[in-house]
Design a binder for this molecule. Structure first.
Ligand SMILES: [Mg+2]
Length: 159
């Protein structure tokens, strides 16, 4: 039995705040509009705690990276992960022709993986709480959502 942990990248393993200014304001539903934002991932800052967790897990289980980052950034993403000592057994990014919400797309990919023989997805790490709730409710996969300092300060001001 292949035990798998699914890991998101943006705002889960990497702090994307250096490129937030590149989030498209027009044609947001066209995947190509997200190319500049995706390609700027090379400026992201590693979230060391999450990276340490994944490095510990990868010795025990298979790591499948599932990210809405666009496929145009595939090679640089592979390189980025390797540089940080993270060795994903699979890296699945979003192709230009894969439309719809990121949540719908991720759930579709998870269903494909779950249908493979001998595969058990034991856990998913992802920063998007609505997606995590849906993944647990629909697919029975437990999830962990990192609460990063940048989010914590935003959602709980004054602490
Ligand atoms: Mg994310």
């Amino acid at each position: 039995m292949k035990t798998v942990v699914v890991v998101d990248l943006d705002s889960t393993l990497f702090d994307t705040s250096p490129r937030h200014h590149l989030v498209p304001t027009e044609n947001r539903h066209a995947n190509e509009s997200w190319h500049p934002y995706s390609q700027a991932h090379v400026d992201d800052v590693l979230i060391e705690g999450m990276a340490t967790l994944v490095r510990l897990l990868q010795d025990q289980v298979r790591i499948y990276v599932l990210s809405g980052r666009m496929d145009i950034a595939y090679d640089t993403t592979r390189q980025q992960l390797t540089e940080h000592g993270i060795f994903a057994d699979r890296l699945r990014l979003r192709a230009d022709n894969e439309l719809g919400s990121v949540a719908e797309w991720k759930i579709g990919v998870l269903r494909e993986w779950m249908a493979e023989d001998d595969t058990k997805i034991a856990l998913m790490l992802d920063d998007f709480p609505d997606l995590c709730a849906q993944v647990t409710a629909e697919l029975g996969i437990p999830t962990v959502t990192p609460m990063l300092p940048v989010h914590y300060n935003t959602t709980m001001p004054g602490l």
